[in-house]
Design a protein around this ligand. Structure first.
Ligand code: SF4
Length: 254
């Protein structure tokens, strides 16, 4: 379990410390499911809830590594963590930042049934760069996850994030924003990719503040309730404020 804390909000990463995937931008350690340390800690959900309660959090983000080795993708454990946190902190808002669960929509439903206030699944990059940036993921599959989440629980705010500076063209970012919005997603976050270690993908470009503003304007024009676009924006960055503002924003045209 990892956590990071910011003004009454914190992010917890669950399902262990090793990921079964190898995304080019991510520095989370990769590992083989055959290894002993891949065993799930049955007490992780209650430990997360205990810690969140002791920190008196107002906003809790729960995210995870990918667990393609598990029959349910870790969705039961994920849902249990949401339930434990909601029970320990009934007044806090809970955001889930989920993997794609290999497109298993029952797994997505299981997490939504646990009652998160915000459902976040990051597209991360444009369609053309998937093979290089998210080699074990699928652009259409991630869109389906977002679309299903909004369809299944229309009252839950849906969110998706992407990184720029990986070699994409503005027209490709526009296509991605249009696709994500067409999936019913309420909020988009756009930030600069920064290379976390020497083994990760290199930065192709540092996107200008003007281009970030232009992406925000394009996204708002496409119908998102809120678009957070800037060099330091991350998917959980100011998640509490993003959620608060987006929930208060009036419905935009479909
Ligand atoms: S699936 Fe998530 S945790 Fe795993 S390598 Fe990709 S971005 Fe990192």
């Amino acid at each position: 379990m990892h956590e990071c804390f910011h003004r009454g909000a914190a992010t917890f990463m669950i399902l262990g410390n090793l990921c079964t995937r190898g995304c080019g931008f991510c520095s989370v350690p990769k590992g083989s499911p055959a290894k002993h340390e891949f065993a799930l800690d049955p007490f992780e959900p209650s430990h997360v809830a205990d810690m969140a309660a002791r920190m008196q959090l107002r906003y809790v983000v729960i995210t995870s590594v990918n667990r393609d080795d598990l029959e349910d993708g870790g969705s039961r454990h994920f849902a249990e963590t949401v339930r434990e946190v909601r029970s320990a902190l009934p007044n806090a808002r809970v955001e889930v930042l989920t993997p794609d669960f290999c497109g298993d929509l029952k797994a997505v439903a299981r997490v939504l049934d646990a009652g998160p206030h915000v459902f976040n699944h990051n597209m991360e990059t444009i369609r053309r760069l998937y093979r290089r940036v998210r080699p074990q993921a699928d652009y259409r599959q991630s869109l389906h996850v977002l679309e299903f989440a909004k369809h299944y629980r229309g009252d839950v705010l849906t969110k998706s994030g992407l990184m720029v500076g990986l070699g994409e063209e503005p027209a490709e970012v526009h296509e991605l924003l249009r696709d994500v919005r067409a999936a019913g997603t309420d909020v988009a976050t756009i930030g600069q990719y920064l290379q976390p270690t020497r083994r990760n993908l290199r930065v192709s470009e540092y996107v200008t503040p003007e281009q970030f503003d232009a992406y925000r304007d394009f996204g708002l024009g496409a119908g998102f309730r809120m678009v957070f676009s800037g060099p330091f924006v991350r998917s959980s960055y100011m998640a509490d404020l993003v959620s608060e503002k987006a929930s208060a924003a009036p419905e935009l045209r479909a």
